[in-house]
Design a protein around this ligand. Structure first.
Ligand code: B12
Length: 246
C-alpha cells in the first residue's frame, strides 16, 4: 500500500468544492470498519455540503416543496463533485471509488435493507472517523461547522494518507433534546450515541421511515421518503447560534 501525497489530494478535492466555505471535508481511517465489498479501501474522504439556511428554516411541521427540490439538487451536485474528484484522482494514478449520497441498490439487496434499514456503507461513520462531527440523539450526523444541516458523500481510496482526522467517539449534544421532542413520531428515546451504542438502542429507524414515506405521499404524491424536521430544529448550524464545540 502506498502513502499518498495528502497536499496534492487536498488540492484536487478543493478544486471541485466551490465555494469552499459551503463544504467540509476530511480523511477517515476506515481500516477494520467496512464490509467485504469495501475491504480494499483503508481511507474514506468524507465531504459535506451545507444545506440552504432559509429552506431549512422553513421546515416546521414537515418538508416543503422547496426542501424536496433542494434535496434532489444536492444529490445531483454531490454526485457531480465526487465524479469530478475521482476522475482527477484517477488521472493522477490514484485508485478510488465514490459512494453515492443516496441509496443505490440491486433488487437482491433491497429485501434485507427494508428489514433493518442499514445500508452497506455509512457516510456518517466516515464523517465521525474523519473527526468532522458526531451522531446526535435522532441519529443525525452533527458536524462541528454546519450542525446537521448538510448532505454527506464519501470517496474511498485504495492507498493510505499520512494524516487522517482524529475520530470523534461520542455525542457532544449534552442535555439538548430538541430533535427528540420535535420528532413527529417519537423515533428517538433520547439516549446519547457513542461508538459502542448501536442505532437501534436509541433510534427507531422504521418509525422514521414510515413518517418520511407518509410525508412523501401526502405532500408530493410520490414515493420519496423525506422529512427534515430533526435537521431543521437542531440549534447547531442555525446562523444565530455560534457552534459551541472545539
Ligand atoms: C437508510 C437511510 C435512511 C433510513 C434509516 C435512517 C437511519 N438513521 O438509520 C430512513 C429512510 C429512515 C432515513 C431517513 C432520513 N434520512 Co437517511 N439515509 C439512509 C442511508 C442511505 C443509510 C443509513 C444507514 O445505513 N443507517 C444504519 C445505521 C446503523 O447507520 P448510520 O445511520 O450511519 O448511523 C450509525 C453509524 O453512523 C454509527 N457510527 C458512526 N460513527 C461510528 C464509528 C464507529 C467506529 C462505529 C463502530 C459506528 C459508528 O453510529 C450510528 C448509530 O449506530 C444514508 C446514506 C448513507 N449511505 O450513509 C442516508 C442519510 C443517513 N440520510 C440522511 C437524511 C438527511 C435523512 C432524513 C432527514 C430524510 C430527509 N432527507 O429529509 C431522514 C432522517 C433520519 C434520521 N434522523 O436519521 C442523511 C443524513 C445527514 C445528517 N446530517 O445526518 C444521509 C447521511 C444521506 C446523505 N447523503 O447525507 N434514512
Amino acid at each position: 500500500m502506498k502513502i499518498l501525497d495528502q497536499i496534492k489530494l487536498e488540492r484536487i478535492i478543493e478544486h471541485h468544492l466551490f465555494p469552499l466555505s459551503d463544504f467540509i471535508y476530511g480523511f477517515a481511517d476506515l481500516r477494520g470498519l467496512l464490509g467485504e465489498e469495501f475491504i480494499n479501501y483503508p481511507v474514506g474522504i468524507s465531504i459535506g455540503k451545507k444545506l440552504n439556511e432559509r429552506i431549512l428554516d422553513s421546515i416546521e411541521i414537515g418538508p416543503t416543496q422547496e426542501y424536496y427540490e433542494h434535496y434532489r439538487a444536492m444529490n445531483l451536485c454531490l454526485q457531480k463533485i465526487t465524479a469530478g474528484i475521482c476522475s482527477d484522482l484517477r488521472e493522477q494514478g490514484i485508485s478510488c471509488t465514490e459512494v453515492s449520497p443516496t441509496v443505490v441498490m440491486t433488487s437482491e439487496e433491497f429485501s434485507p435493507y427494508a428489514k433493518d434499514l442499514r445500508y452497506k456503507f455509512s457516510h456518517k461513520m466516515t464523517g465521525t472517523r474523519a473527526g468532522l462531527g458526531w451522531i446526535g440523539k435522532t441519529d443525525l450526523f452533527v458536524s462541528k461547522v454546519f450542525g446537521p444541516r448538510l448532505r454527506l458523500v464519501s470517496i474511498l481510496l485504495e492507498d493510505m494518507v499520512p494524516d487522517t482526522g482524529k475520530p470523534i467517539i461520542k455525542s457532544r449534544c449534552g442535555n439538548c433534546e430538541i430533535c427528540v421532542v420535535k420528532c413527529p413520531v417519537n423515533a428517538s428515546n433520547g439516549l446519547p450515541w457513542d461508538i459502542h451504542t448501536d442505532r437501534d438502542v436509541f433510534f427507531d429507524a422504521h418509525k422514521c421511515r414510515e413518517q418520511c414515506g407518509k410525508f412523501g405521499l401526502d405532500l408530493f404524491q410520490n414515493e420519496t421518503r423525506i422529512c427534515g424536521i430533526c435537521v431543521s430544529v437542531c440549534p447547531l448550524g442555525k446562523s444565530k447560534e455560534a457552534i459551541p464545540v472545539q
